[in-house]
Design a binder for this molecule. Structure first.
Ligand SMILES: C[S@@+](CC[C@H](N)C(=O)[O-])C[C@H]1O[C@@H](n2cnc3c(N)ncnc32)[C@H](O)[C@@H]1O
Length: 253
């Protein structure tokens, strides 16, 4: 089976951020279920609105790649952007559609593999993708497609996983060191033990090279809840942002 078919079957089972420990028994696709999803996201990734600044793009044409349960897509729609969204899974498209409908909002949503985007060159002011591209078989192909569909002067905003981070270290301890296989690399551990099979994680330098066709690039690593959870407070206060699991990227076409 091709890698993206395996990625798809993983995410079809459960859209991102909708695990039972998050939704706590709420009926799937109910208002309460979506409220729990929002509550958890605001708790663990509270910095997203500051980083993205959704309201700056009122009236702009945006494409979100990998809408998942639609949490950020809702923010784009509430901010008055002209929304388009894609995802590899039917589950994500259905969930996002329902999520927006509860708020009386709509978007042009399609189930496709973003390695081939069904849009004309220069279609969008903004392409947004949070924690998605590193799951695909060929991330660099998606980045090429993003460049193609952006208008000149358009912007990409997204998040990729950071390879040298506290979370990677925790995974490496569990699946390499404590499993008696200390020779396993961080990349190998992340590929096999981080969400869908084939997940990749990067350094800021690697992402800068991946976005070299863009005229501007900014990459910033940030420490997240995923890094610090379960560490004693006194230890985690020593962790700098450059050990963070998320790398936020902004790139200008
Ligand atoms: C970790 S979730 C992130 C979802 C959402 N952006 C969020 O922040 O909650 C990854 C999502 O990426 C989607 N995805 C993975 N590879 C993709 C591809 N090649 N094309 C489109 N979507 C993809 C998955 O189906 C899944 O919904």
């Amino acid at each position: 089976m091709k890698l993206n078919q395996r990625v798809r079957s993983y995410w079809e089972k459960e859209p991102c951020g909708t695990a039972e420990e998050i939704v706590g028994g709420a009926k799937p696709l109910s208002r309460k279920w979506f409220d729990k999803i929002e509550e958890f996201r605001n708790q663990v990734e509270p910095f997203i609105p500051d980083v993205v600044q959704f309201e700056k793009y009122r009236g702009k044409k945006i494409l979100e790649i990998g809408v998942g349960a639609g949490s950020d897509h809702l923010r784009w729609a509430q901010a008055g952007a002209r929304c388009n969204g894609v995802d590899l899974t039917e589950a994500a498209i259905k969930t996002t559609r329902k999520h927006l409908a509860y708020h009386g909002l709509k978007s042009n949503l399609r189930r496709i593999d973003a390695e081939k985007l069904p849009f004309k060159d220069g279609s969008f002011d903004v392409v947004y993708s949070w924690g998605v591209i590193h799951h695909s078989e060929k991330p660099e192909v998606i980045v090429r497609e993003i460049h193609r569909v952006l208008k000149p002067g358009g912007v990409f905003i997204g998040m990729f996983y950071g390879r040298y981070s506290v979370l990677s270290f925790k995974r490496w301890m569990k699946y390499a060191l404590l499993a008696g296989k200390p020779w396993r690399s961080f990349s190998d551990v992340i590929w096999h033990h981080m969400e869908s099979i084939g997940t990749k994680a990067y350094t800021v330098g690697e992402l800068r090279r991946m976005f070299s066709s863009f005229s501007g690039f900014e990459g910033k690593q940030i420490l997240t809840w995923h890094d610090i959870v379960k560490w004693p407070r006194w230890i985690r206060s020593f962790f700098p942002d450059k050990w963070g699991w998320f790398i936020v990227v902004k790139a200008l076409k």
